[in-house]
Design a protein around this ligand. Sequence first.
Ligand SMILES: [Zn+2]
Length: 160
Amino acid sequence: MEIEIHTPRNPELPDLRYQRIFLVGERLVFIGFWTFSDIGIDVTKNRERFFNSFTVNESEVNSFSDSDTADGPDNNGAYNFGLFLGQLLFFVVLGGLLLAAVLLAWFMIKRQRKNRSEAAIIPGPKPPKEAKIACPNCETTNNCDSKYCKGCGYPLPKEE
Ligand SMILES: [Zn+2]
């Protein structure tokens, strides 16, 4: 059975929609095909391709429905195992996040301390340079910022 639904009044929904309803065994199976754009595409062809892309058989439908509602011991075991895995994954992710947060905080504190200690080492403007340089010609000691030797007038090498 196939029904065709038109929803032209709701702009959030596609204009055209198909719903197929199967009766498999004692259960109804609903399969919907939504046309997100019915302009310029062959809707019928795509719809047929979609509906033919999978098959529904009775045993699959039954087992699927059973696992949804059943409370047998086997299903409970599988469910508990899944729950355990989910919890494990959750705690691993949570632990990772906590570790990342702790590391981040540690790095930020470390950086703050480093900045503070650097500020303590440099109290103010740099003291003026008072280094001396010996003249390569006459050995007279000159201030390193003077261009020529005060003893012989020899041009002094520029010290960086
Ligand atoms: Zn000199």
